[in-house]
Write a protein of this length. Structure first.
Length: 134
């Protein structure tokens, strides 16, 4: 089995998790067709950014790094991507899936905030050098 088909199967399995199911519902609510072979949460983030539904805050270098990280995540194993959205930088569990109706923009913003906090904790922003961006 090649890496592409393995990632497809892995994504299909992980797409059954509550966070990805909420992302799927969010995509359907905005008349997007979710692809079961890619993580639904990445598809939601792509939709939100392409349609201008969410804004990337912070200095230009920070916004560029966030966008670049999202693009890079498309090449990661789906399991590795899910770790970013299920664990804090300290390894504590994070639950972004909330009960009730799904707000596509609100969920996309929560996902971006989680990715941003992981990048800050990892020191991934080039102009970070001891600055607090909150």
């Amino acid at each position: 089995m090649n890496a592409h088909s393995q990632n497809w199967r892995e994504a299909e399995k992980l797409n059954q998790q509550p966070l990805n199911q909420q992302a799927k519902q969010a995509l359907l609510s905005v008349r997007e067709s979710p692809n079961p072979g890619r993580l639904y949460l990445l598809q939601l983030l792509q939709w939100a950014l392409e349609k201008g539904k969410v804004k990337l805050a912070g200095p230009l270098s920070r916004r560029e790094m966030l966008k670049e990280s999202l693009e890079t995540m498309n090449t990661w194993s789906p399991e590795k991507v899910m770790e970013v959205f299920h664990e804090s930088a300290e390894g504590d569990p994070v639950n972004l899936a909330k009960p009730g109706p799904v707000n596509p923009v609100g969920l996309a913003e929560a996902l971006l905030d989680q990715l941003d906090s992981r990048l800050i904790a990892a020191g991934m922003y080039p102009d970070q050098r001891g600055k607090d961006y909150d």
